[in-house]
Design a protein around this ligand. Sequence first.
Ligand code: FO1
Length: 333
Amino acid sequence: MTNMTVLAGGVGGARFTRGLLAHLRAVDPDSSVTVIANTGDDLWLTGLRVCPDLDSIMYTLGGANDDERGWGRMGESERVSAELTAYGVGWPWFTLGDLDLGTHIARSSWLRDGLPLSEATARLAARWNLGATLLPATDDEVETIVTVAGDESADIAIEDMHFEEWWVRLRASRPALAFTQRNASVARPAPGVLEAIATADVVLFAPSNPVVSIGTILGIPGIADAVRATSAPVIGVSPIIGGAVLRGMADACLSAIGVETSAVAVARHYGARRDGGLIDGWLVDEVDAEAASALHADGIRSSARPLWFSSVEETAAIAGDALSLANVPHSGR
Ligand code: FO1
């Protein structure tokens, strides 16, 4: 039996994990997968705790995600959201669908009863038959705050805002100067997180945002150390193809932390475990094959193949190639 632990953000992390599960069903059906999800995008809105990345993973693995839009439930309606907007409650540009609201109400009701997020997540997930264990990185409220550049000519000052406001309302149109994970320094990993990393046979970094998804998970005290210390190989899949992002806004986030938007720069940002960094292997797209050879010298095993998630089958093959970088027995290669 092989234990896999995946560090994941929302849409990319969810799709990668779905492919990994499809691959494992075919080649290693007894394996187990634990997903450690980013909680930095979470927020209280309209009195409810909304956890975008946990929900994207839950809906995707549960077969209920709106894959066209990327987030939320398929077959969604927005009647309640329209009512809330009419009352001037919430963010009119951040739509909570009617079915999705059921998830937020259930979660918030358990949280108000005093349950930790990890327990509320387990109760939500139990309905969906995910085929994986879904863990929030932390039970504590660690929200990503973006320091957004001002614009003197338009008399707009530098300001701090929740990540969702920068991403969804502004569509990252104003440059981010910094990302702060509020409360991160005193947060603790959720129950099961450190164990899942320590006891894994392979740890995988999904092709999620290195700053506001994987970076936020690794910023919870203890998690990066657990990744450095695990006896399992740690393999990442590049979220960058040919100098551009697969999806989302990783380029705007990387520039704020001074990292170039390239497959090789992101791998070096994580660093080789051999030298105290976080990864042993890095799967890149075929257009970045040169990056793969450059990384070998840095102590990062790397191989190149097409990384577009065009179908579940293709994503399963990508996950299989990530596992071959780890030399996992039964990886089907
Ligand atoms: N993304 C949008 O672009 N517009 C929305 O109105 C929106 C609402 C929303 C509600 C619940 C939820 O779980 C996710 C939602 N998202 C929405 C997606 C989300 O903002 C981001 O794509 C992720 O947080 C980034 O990974």
